[in-house]
Write a protein that binds this ligand. Structure first.
Ligand code: FBP
Length: 258
């Protein structure tokens, strides 16, 4: 652990937290989903960086091309989570994301954390587990937090969001030494409580998913926080909204009580 203020121990994830909670803006969709998620407005990375800066996010997660071009000037106040691997959604067989960035590049870009996706249950799972392990070691050596996007997926996984699969994903984060994990919510707060329990002291963040009605989003986020999650790593439900600042205000009330 690195030293914090006055010699106290600091957790790597602290840089992504405010009052112990986190709200990270995810914007890695251009690689993961192509242009399908974007419109004239949110296709512009500056629009999304402005939301992160002005709406109280504790971090922004992007791939390196976006970081190299846009993580500059005022935006450097936002803690950066740099995604180190990724894939497109064109290849439909077993998920096997490629490593597209190194920990060294993340450090050079000023990242506070690295992000890495593990598709638990994929035929290529072993490659992801060992890649993650090397990245975790190097990131911690350099004081960066490690955020695992851990999604059960592939031919061996019957139900990606069953209680057992989600808890397995959560536990993998603890076993592999992640500081934070990002998993999906299946709509059942008891299942999420169990995931949080299985994750030990690893901070659990929940992905937003496809855009839903605002009231539904707030209800879900209230359940998520009530179940003991640390917060959100959310994308489409924020930057696809016509008035993102207003949604974020409501999300902040639920996540941070602000
Ligand atoms: P959303 O809140 O928009 O769902 O973003 C969360 C996220 O994990 C992104 O970081 C990622 O690009 C995407 O979902 C992956 O979604 P999937 O692989 O399920 O299509």
């Amino acid at each position: 652990m690195p030293e914090g203020k006055e010699g106290t121990e600091m957790n790597y994830a602290d840089k992504l937290l405010r009052n112990g909670k986190a709200m990270i803006l995810a914007y890695d969709h251009g690689l993961e989903h192509g242009s399908a998620d974007f419109n004239e407005t949110n296709a512009n990375p500056e629009f999304v960086f402005d939301i992160a800066l002005n709406a109280g996010f504790t971090g922004i997660a992007v791939h390196k091309g976006i970081a190299e071009r846009y993580y500059t000037g005022k935006y450097r106040k936002i803690p950066l989570v740099l995604k180190l691997n990724g894939k497109t959604n064109l290849v439909k067989d077993e998920p096997c994301p490629g490593l597209i960035c190194t920990v060294k590049e993340a450090i050079d870009l000023g990242a506070a954390a690295v992000g890495y996706t593990i598709y638990l249950g994929s035929r290529y799972e072993a490659k992801m587990l060992s890649e993650f392990s090397g990245i975790q070691y190097l990131a911690h050596q350099n004081g960066l937090a490690v955020v695992g996007w851990i999604y059960p997926r592939g031919g061996n996984v019957k139900d990606e969001t069953s209680r057992e699969m989600l808890a397995y994903a959560a536990r993998i984060g603890l076993e592999l030494g992640a500081d934070m994990i990002k998993i999906k919510y299946n709509g059942n707060p008891d299942d999420l409580k169990w995931c949080v329990r299985c994750a030990g002291d690893v901070k659990v963040l929940i992905a937003g998913g496809l855009k839903v009605e605002e009231e539904q989003l707030y209800k879900q986020v209230t359940e998520i926080m009530g179940a003991g999650a640390t917060g959100l790593a959310i994308g489409r439900n924020v930057w696809q909204n016509l008035i993102p600042i207003k949604v974020c205000e409501n999300l902040r009330k639920i996540v941070f009580g602000e």
